[in-house]
Write a protein that binds this ligand. Structure first.
Ligand code: FES
Ligand code: FES
Length: 157
């Protein structure tokens, strides 16, 4: 079967088996930024934005995404370069093995869109469903806070 979605801003048809997870269908479609880790909704590595909200794509059937808007980490890049948030992750040292990074960036982008000036507690809550085994989280929180601050400065200048 095919499902029809708006994928990173483009109308797309994605092939999927009826029982296939959305994470698996997206990866088979070439969007391998998102990872399949636990496949139980625990690690967040498979996070995508579904109609603007971060979700674990491993917990959904691909068919449940019919007609919806999906954004993956690939779609958050600006043109051929990284987004401000992606760059902040690199510059703040928030990327080590990188396995959690796409899901973490998706969760952070979802937060910053609905709450452009989050407190540290709000940042921690937003990424609570995304597990990182490498960084200790401090650099990730710095990268998100820095992006919020830079976006805020951009709006007021
Ligand atoms: S693979 Fe989806 S939450 Fe871990
Ligand atoms: S950078 Fe390795 S799991 Fe987060």
């Amino acid at each position: 079967m095919d499902i029809h979605v708006n994928l990173n801003g483009v109308a797309e048809r994605i092939a999927a088996d009826p029982a296939q997870r959305l994470s698996s269908a997206l990866r088979a479609h070439g969007l391998t930024g998102l990872k399949e880790g636990c496949l139980e909704g625990e690690c967040g590595a498979c996070s995508v934005l579904l109609d603007g909200e971060p979700v674990c794509s491993c917990l959904m059937l691909a068919a449940q995404a019919e007609g919806r808007r999906i954004e993956t980490v690939e779609g958050l890049a600006r043109g051929s370069g990284p987004s401000d948030l992606q760059r902040a992750f690199v510059e703040e040292g928030a990327v080590q093995c990188g396995y959690c990074t796409p899901g973490m960036i998706v969760a952070a982008e979802g937060l910053l869109r609905r709450n452009p000036a989050p407190t540290e507690a709000e940042v921690r809550r937003a990424i609570a469903g995304n597990i990182c085994r490498c960084t200790g989280y401090a650099s990730i929180i710095r990268a998100i806070a820095r992006t919020a601050s830079e976006r805020g400065a951009g709006e007021t200048s």
